[in-house]
Design a protein around this ligand. Structure first.
Ligand SMILES: [Zn+2]
Length: 414
């Protein structure tokens, strides 16, 4: 009897144990596959962010608690901010880069895309902030039209290099370019040098050669650092990889600009420099799937990513996934932040692949409007730290919350 009773007990406990395991497994499945967001939201709202690993991302911010949401800025604060970084719209439907950095009365202009006639929009915008008509530093990242055409300008629109008094021009040590626009850029650069500008390559800066400097103090707290990457000295078939890279530091804050550097260049950049975590990153190569690789992003872990492009334009591809900003770019950047902002937006897009076109020609046309518009990230000093604020000429909607995104992209980020 006693034996049978013990056996019955054993069977009972075994049954309870099996039941318990099943219940736990079912709960785990429900949590991970069905109710995770709800449970995390509940825990977050009741017990704070530490309740769930990495945060849910609903309130934005990047992983491991370091991320902060950028504050809503005001246009009236920008001129007097200690540091402001402006990503410009370029006055036409073409993708291109132009970034103005203002530190007190010192300005740095990185690139002047996208076409010659962009010079008008750029000069008009820069003049609002550069009141002494002097650009202390100009960086031309690489020889592509969408980065240098505005430096040149056209017969009717004076170029950026002749419109301002230029202090120091820093550009790419190597290029394969044999284009007219590159030749014209060289001419404009030479003219600027004749008027008193200094000219150095990024490699000369890195080597502190002949008066060039690796680091330039823009103010007591802001330093411009030219970074090293191997394509300053090694030739490559990919012109983008010749891009000049620069890190701006302000106290604990870092801001990274890599032009159109691609995966190989980014790998070298990571290996050649002690890159810090970066508050701000200019999305690599206009948000192309070929740049902003994990090798770079995992090191800099950006909190705000600004993309200079005409979102969804068929300018370079008619593959919707790869149009800037590409789905692969968003998937990678989205692991770190949902604070992604884009200058322009393509409208009325017609992009018909060759084989589907009656005339067997590629049909591509589009117009443009502002996405966020001119994007300005600036800093406000709070005790020992510099808080970031965002102001945009059109709106401050995050990329993932735009209509374009909902129709063309998917979000699986933070
Ligand atoms: Zn480009």
């Amino acid at each position: 009897m006693a034996r049978r009773g013990t056996r019955r007990h054993e069977k009972f406990f075994l049954a309870v144990l099996v039941l318990l395991v099943i219940v736990i497994a079912v709960c785990a499945c429900l949590y991970f596959f069905v109710f995770k967001e709800e449970v995390d939201d509940f825990l977050n709202s009741h017990f704070g962010d530490q309740a769930s690993e990495g945060g849910t991302g609903h309130e934005g911010g990047s992983q491991d608690g370091g991320g902060t949401q950028v504050g809503e800025g005001a246009l009236t604060e920008i001129s007097s901010a200690e540091l402001s970084v402006h990503f410009l719209e370029l006055g036409n439907k073409y993708t291109g880069d132009c970034t103005l950095i203002k530190v007190g009365d010192t300005e740095v202009l990185i690139d002047a895309g996208s076409r010659k006639d962009s010079a008008g929009a750029i000069v008009e915008y820069v003049s609002r902030y550069c009141t002494d008509n002097t650009l202390e530093y100009v960086i031309a990242t690489h020889a592509h039209q969408d980065h240098i055409a505005g430096f040149v300008g056209s017969a009717s629109v004076p170029g950026v290099l002749e419109s301002f008094s230029i202090g120091t021009i820093i550009d790419f040590p190597l290029t394969n370019a044999k284009t007219n626009i590159y030749e014209e850029y060289l001419e404009e650069r030479e003219n600027a040098v004749e008027r008193g500008a200094e000219h150095y390559t990024a490699l000369e800066c890195w080597n502190n050669e002949g008066g060039a400097q690796r680091s330039y103090a823009l103010s007591e707290s802001v330093t411009m650092n030219i970074l090293y990457q191997r394509f300053y000295e090694e030739t490559t078939g990919d012109e983008n990889d010749y891009s000049v890279c620069m890190l701006l530091t302000q106290g604990e804050n870092n801001y990274l600009f890599t032009g159109d550097l691609e995966g190989d260049g980014e790998q070298s950049l990571v290996e050649s420099n002690e890159l810090p975590r970066c508050k701000l990153f200019k999305g690599g190569h206009h948000g192309s799937y070929t740049a902003s690789t994990d090798a770079l992003l995992s090191v800099i872990q950006p909190e705000i990513v600004c993309v200079c492009c005409c979102a969804g334009s068929p300018e370079y591809t008619i593959n919707y996934d790869n149009m800037f900003p590409a789905q692969a770019f968003i998937d990678r950047v989205g692991q770190y932040t949902d604070q992604i902002y884009v200058t322009s937006l393509a409208t009325d897009v017609v992009a018909i692949p060759k084989e589907e076109s009656e005339t067997n020609r590629e049909v591509k046309s589009w117009e443009y409007t502002s996405m966020n518009g001119n994007i300005v990230v600036y800093t406000v000093q709070e005790a020992d730290t510099y808080a970031l604020k965002l102001w945009c000429s059109n709106n401050t909607t995050k990329l993932k919350d735009t209509d374009w995104f909902r129709e063309n992209r998917t979000w699986k980020g933070v």
